[in-house]
Write a new protein. Structure first.
Length: 179
């Protein structure tokens, strides 16, 4: 193959590339599509506006904390807490570790241990650690409260969560009555 044939092959490839790019530019100028400011369609439902229909589907069912708490027991809670003991102390005279002291945690305001530096999410949460809050948080902390520093995966089983909440409740000056 001499250089003249090689030049013809390269020229043919370049012409095809230029032709494809050129046809794309010409097609864009001929067939111009105006995109709408707000994509989508407004769906009208008889007797309701779309906002009301959306709000009715986003209602979250309340959990029955009494039945969940009935499934747990104190002995299992002590065993399960061994996973937590590497980061948290449960002793009355205990100190903060990687996580805050958990003695008297049930009923305490979230983010209220004075000598512990909480994440912004926990520090500004503003609720109390009720049985329901603890159950939700222990399911998966990072999903329950976005921005928390707690890197624990959570407890999937309701019985495990109930047992650890009972254990935390018993490690208190004044344990709260179970629901």
């Amino acid at each position: 193959m001499d250089s003249f044939e090689l030049n013809k092959i390269i020229a043919a490839i370049l012409m095809v590339v230029l032709l494809v790019i050129g046809l794309g530019k010409i097609a864009d100028s001929i067939f111009h599509i105006n995109k709408p400011d707000s994509p989508g369609y407004k769906v009208e439902i008889e007797g309701q506006s779309t906002v009301k229909a959306f709000e009715s589907t986003s209602i979250v069912d309340k959990i029955d904390i009494a039945s969940i708490m009935a499934s747990g027991n104190l002995a299992d809670g002590g065993k399960i807490f061994k996973k937590c003991a590497s980061c948290h102390s449960i002793k009355k005279d205990g100190r903060n570790k990687i996580g805050p002291l958990l003695y008297n945690v049930v009923g305490r305001k979230v983010g209220s241990v004075s000598d512990y530096k909480y994440s912004k999410a926990l520090g500004s949460y503003g609720k109390d650690w009720t049985f329901e809050e603890l159950n939700g948080f222990l399911t998966k902390p990072s999903a329950y409260l976005k921005g928390t520093k707690m890197a624990y995966a959570g407890l999937r089983k309701e019985t495990d969560r109930a047992s650890i909440i009972i254990y935390l409740n018993q490690n208190s000056d004044n344990p709260k009555p179970l629901p």
